[in-house]
Unconditional design. Structure first.
Length: 245
């Protein structure tokens, strides 16, 4: 993989690059990374899934980002569609995390307003420990939640709100959370003003269709200026890292 900004480097290891980045937790909450992939025309899915937009190099960057966080946060629609699994990490990432006295892999959390999670997705069918964390509000179906193989947190509000969700992680000692979508939850995070870092993979394909954008359901007045910190490339894909100003 090559780095083309802020300077040229003919060969970089994405794991080393992302692990060196500083991510100071803001007061009262963890640092929030948001990671998505999109086509050249802005689609975030191909045939309903994001996997067709990437490839081995995109998976390497995703593994590097996951190595940096304490928790992975994903909305229930994405968890269902992408058939989410419990994060494991590659050997290099696990070694680094253990050296820093972190868990071998980040924990997984799923946020849901309705409680409509497919109990057969691998993350919820796993009988091992630790179980995923499912964060909901008072509107979520209690019977559905109780049937899940997960640790349940019900926030005292109708639907989970970003600040309250991040407070849940803060209370568990988290300093970095990686949000992996989907677009509607991304919009809520943006509207709440809690996105500290945006990592966007740009796939060199045009797909058309009506796939949602990286951020959906956020008003146009929700403007957050970001600064480009690094740009990597391989196999025609671009991997940009931005942080808040």
């Amino acid at each position: 993989m090559q780095q083309i900004f802020p300077d040229w480097n003919a060969e970089v290891d994405p794991l080393d690059s992302y692990l060196r980045d500083a991510r100071p937790a803001p007061p009262g909450r963890p640092w929030v990374m948001l990671n998505m992939i999109a086509s050249l025309d802005g689609a975030t899915a191909l045939d309903g899934l994001s996997g067709g937009l990437g490839g081995p190099c995109d998976r390497a960057v995703l593994a590097a980002l996951r190595a940096c966080c304490d928790w992975i946060l994903v909305a229930s629609g994405t968890a269902n569609a992408e058939r989410y699994r419990m994060p494991k990490g590659n050997p290099a990432a696990r070694t680094h995390r253990l050296q820093k006295q972190q868990t071998a892999a980040p924990r997984l959390a799923i946020v849901t307003a309705s409680g409509k999670l497919d109990p057969t997705i691998p993350a919820l069918a796993n009988e091992g420990q630790p179980r995923p964390l499912v964060i909901s509000g008072t509107l979520a179906d209690a019977a559905r939640l109780s049937a899940l193989n997960a640790e349940i947190v019900r926030l005292p509000m109708p639907k989970p709100q970003p600040q309250a969700v991040l407070q849940t992680f803060h209370e568990r000692g988290a300093t970095v959370v990686l949000c992996e979508g989907g677009p509607t939850w991304n919009g809520q995070m943006l509207r709440a003003g809690v996105v500290d870092e945006m990592c966007i993979s740009i796939s060199p394909i045009l797909v058309g269709g009506d796939s949602p954008r990286v951020v959906a359901a956020a008003p146009q007045t929700t403007v957050r200026k970001m600064r480009l910190r690094r740009l990597l490339t391989e196999d025609g894909l671009l991997f940009a890292r931005y942080t808040r100003i």
